[in-house]
Write a protein of this length. Structure first.
Length: 446
């Protein structure tokens, strides 16, 4: 349901959510009841062919009620926050629960918890509207016009109120803001790309991102074709994040316990280069840390891979209880880093490379075999040949077949963690890296 701001002027406050949740909890006849709210005001400015094609704002509020009679659960939702609509939603949830089979893995909602308070709602983002987004879009378009290039992309901003409550005493409420910028620059058949996401719309660095995408597009005009094979590679942060997204998804404890995981039997063992650490850093100013998850669990700092050693698995609440895990870590705001001395920039990685393929990004990454995390995908948005410390030519895109568990056994050089945003993962901080060998299996047709 989308409403104009004059129809629904105010974001749901903490006091309003407490009133709504207590209304549901007081009237519920179920053994356990949980209430969630997600009230979001978001806007997007889209541009293509060097002109703005859309600049809209929308409002969507959703209240979800989940009830349980024993192990029988029912869930219903509403976009109408009036007392009558909420009562009707509760009744629907109860009726669904009564005819639903027992879930053998059902657990009551978590108990009360003090959630960490984080700076999730920057005022400049929460109040950003169409004029601010239009300003950024026009800045990107103007830069591309000056270079006789074509720009397409989006600028978006959102403000949300998120709440979770249950009859166990659980209660959490948080306001969250987020802004993003994505740009594809086209130079004939060549493209360059850049993207950013931040809590603060002031930190999108639109000019810097635009110039980076323009540079990629211009460099990609003259393309040579190299044979498929194994090459040293320089992977920019988006490419690193694309590979690690599948590794992160595979940290699931259930598949580990069933023996179907690529990590089965490897807990407390080294799985990648001993200098690599993967951690949840929800308090990092450049990550999208939150206070609690949709399950009502606190989001806290945690280490998943510590100096190459797998330390934790991703548990659902039922599996955690079975295994005696009392504190469930979350994968929400991830930072990948390497111990040692990083170089200052991607440019420095290039300067210290004798010969390699520079990869801006991967796309359409899919698993070939989840037992060893063999992945396939294609390079995109700028693939270049580096020789003697310089980019000498763009090259036709490759298809690859590789496992991050293999290629990250050793990293030659790396930068400090940098922002990475792509279609495979939410924003993470990862370094750009040089890997000694990467298998490109074929040259793509485009």
């Amino acid at each position: 349901m989308t409403l104009h701001s004059d129809q629904w002027p105010n974001m749901t406050s903490r006091e309003e959510f407490r009133f709504l949740s207590e209304l549901v909890l007081a009237r519920s006849s179920a053994d356990h009841t949980m209430v969630r709210v997600h009230d979001r005001h978001a806007g997007t400015t889209r541009f293509a062919n060097n002109q703005v094609i859309q600049n809209v704002d929308g409002r969507c509020g959703n209240l979800v009620v989940t009830v349980a009679f024993g192990g029988r659960q029912g869930t219903a939702s509403t976009t109408d926050f009036t007392a009558g609509a909420i009562q009707e939603t509760l009744s629907r949830a109860e009726n669904i629960a009564r005819v639903t089979p027992v879930d053998p893995e059902y657990l009551p909602p978590p108990g009360p918890c003090r959630f960490p308070a984080r700076d999730t709602a920057k005022p400049e983002t929460m109040t950003a509207g169409a004029p601010r987004r239009l300003e950024y879009a026009n800045e990107a378009i103007g830069q591309c016009r000056m270079e006789n290039l074509m720009a397409a992309g989006t600028v978006s901003s959102s403000a949300a109120a998120v709440g979770v409550a249950a009859d166990t005493g659980l209660f959490g409420y948080e306001r969250r803001g987020e802004a993003s910028f994505s740009l594809t620059v086209q130079a004939g058949d060549a493209t360059g790309w850049s993207a950013a996401t931040h809590r603060s719309i002031n930190h999108l660095k639109v000019q810097e991102r635009t110039l980076a995408a323009i540079s990629k597009a211009k460099r990609s005009r003259d393309v040579c074709e190299l044979p498929a094979g194994r090459y040293p590679v320089i992977l920019e942060p988006a490419a690193v994040a694309g590979l690690w997204a599948w590794l992160i998804r595979s940290l699931d404890a259930k598949s580990y316990l069933k023996g179907t995981s690529a990590f089965s039997g490897k807990l407390e063992q080294a799985i990648v280069d001993r200098r690599i650490t993967l951690q949840n850093s929800p308090d990092h100013v450049d990550l999208l840390g939150e206070g609690f998850s949709t399950d009502g669990l606190p989001i806290t700092p945690s280490r998943w891979i510590d100096h190459g050693v797998l330390r934790q698995l991703a548990y659902d609440r039922f599996t955690a209880k079975q295994e005696g895990v009392t504190t469930i870590p979350t994968l929400e705001a991830l930072e990948l880093s390497l111990e040692g001395s990083p170089v200052d920039s991607i440019h420095d990685l290039v300067k210290q490379t004798e010969r390699a393929i520079l990869v801006t990004n991967f796309w359409y990454i899919r698993p070939v075999n989840l037992r060893d995390l063999m992945l396939t995908g294609m390079t995109r948005d700028g693939t270049f040949l580096v020789e003697h410390g310089e980019i000498v030519s763009a090259v036709k895109n490759f298809r690859f077949h590789e496992s991050p568990l293999d290629v990250f056994q050793h990293v030659d050089l790396w930068t400090a963690p940098m922002e990475a945003v792509n279609s495979e993962t939410r924003k993470v901080l990862v370094p750009a890296v040089i890997l000694p060998q990467f298998h490109f299996t074929s040259v793509t047709r485009f």
